[in-house]
Design a binder for this molecule. Structure first.
Ligand code: FAD
Length: 292
């Protein structure tokens, strides 16, 4: 019997105390059994979740066998403030940072103005992180263009800069048309940018909410996906089955194109992501590790 050829990683947001924390830890424990390469914890732009992100990372590194990556944004903060967060991540045992610029305080689509004493953009932040220590650094990628960017070419120039400054992996925004992701992969290769592009997969727990997110970040929803979820708002059981099938189809199609690492946006819920990972052949009990 051979092991699954796939690697996965999981993204969480830092839970609020109470119910949120209970469901976060239950999801993290369940998904730990899948054996992810890493789990990442998001960071509210401008530091809004700083304490919670750090506390969550510290518990993950201290109390689980998971390798934890901390997201970090540079919007609205001086270099000194950002560097202090990098040092606290290191003190908590975090050696992997997902380096991001962050959205301006006015939200997506408003003009980004760097802090007068801050990092200028994500590439500058990557450089700062690498100067402070031997961190692994991941960054963002946008298969359907970042809303601020005038062209895919401009996105690629930013990507090249981030790779040149030491980012080794680019995790993509979620997308539902695989063609956009594969086109970005081809363009990165054609420009000779040395970065490992990993697809960000968003299993659909709530289609209406996903449509809102998608509209904000410019991700297209295929018409057949709309049809598949239509009328299921009050039928969570069927909706979850459909969601698992849609996401499994998406990852299998990408796998046929040679993708072996998938990053899942968990929204702090385990069920769907766990099921999709099992479909990929991951998480089987020891001694029963069949290939997908
Ligand atoms: P960059 O990589 O610096 O820029 C993205 C693109 O915007 C560039 O490719 C370029 O085309 C364009 N652009 C940037 N600056 C300019 C400029 N000055 N002029 C013209 N065009 C420009 N946000 C959070 O707040 N917290 C998180 O934890 C978080 N995690 C994320 C994880 C992933 C995997 C992804 C894909 C996004 C995440 N974001 C997060 C969202 C991110 O902060 C926003 O999309 C933000 O607007 C851009 O940050 P970036 O690091 O992608 O920017």
């Amino acid at each position: 019997m051979t092991a699954s050829p796939f690697q996965v990683s999981f993204e969480f947001f830092p839970p609020k105390p109470g119910e949120g924390e209970v469901s976060f830890w239950s999801a993290a424990k369940k998904l730990e059994t899948i054996g992810p390469s890493f789990v990442s914890v998001t960071y509210g732009a401008g530091g809004t979740t700083q304490a919670r992100t750090l506390a969550t990372l510290a518990r993950l590194t201290g109390e689980t066998g998971l390798s934890a990556a901390g997201h970090l944004t540079c919007v609205g903060a001086s270099k000194d403030e950002v560097n202090d967060v990098i040092r606290s991540y290191a003190a908590a045992g975090v050696r992997h940072i997902v380096a991001l610029r962050g959205d301006p305080p006015g939200g997506v689509g408003t003009r980004f103005v760097p802090h007068p004493e801050g990092y200028r953009n994500a590439a500058d932040l990557v450089r700062g992180i690498r100067e402070l220590g031997a961190f692994e650094v991941s960054v963002s990628a946008y298969p359907e263009r970042h809303p601020d960017s005038v062209s895919i070419e401009e996105d690629l120039a930013f990507m090249a800069d981030k790779a040149d400054h030491g980012a080794s992996r680019a995790i993509s925004q979620f997308f539902f048309h695989n063609a956009f992701f594969l086109r970005l992969r081809d363009r990165i290769a054609a420009r000779g940018i040395k970065i490992n592009l990993v697809p960000g997969i968003l299993p659909v727990t709530n289609f209406a909410r996903v449509k809102e997110f998608a509209a904000k970040c410019g991700a297209h929803i295929p018409p057949d996906m709309e049809r598949r979820f239509s009328g299921l708002d009050q039928d969570p059981e069927t909706r979850n089955l459909v969601a698992a099938m849609v996401a499994a189809e998406q990852v299998h199609e990408l796998a046929r194109e040679g993708i072996t690492h998938f990053h899942f946006y968990t929204l702090n819920r385990a069920e769907l992501v766990y099921a999709i990972c099992r479909v990929l052949g991951l998480g089987a009990p020891p001694g029963n590790q069949a290939a997908a």
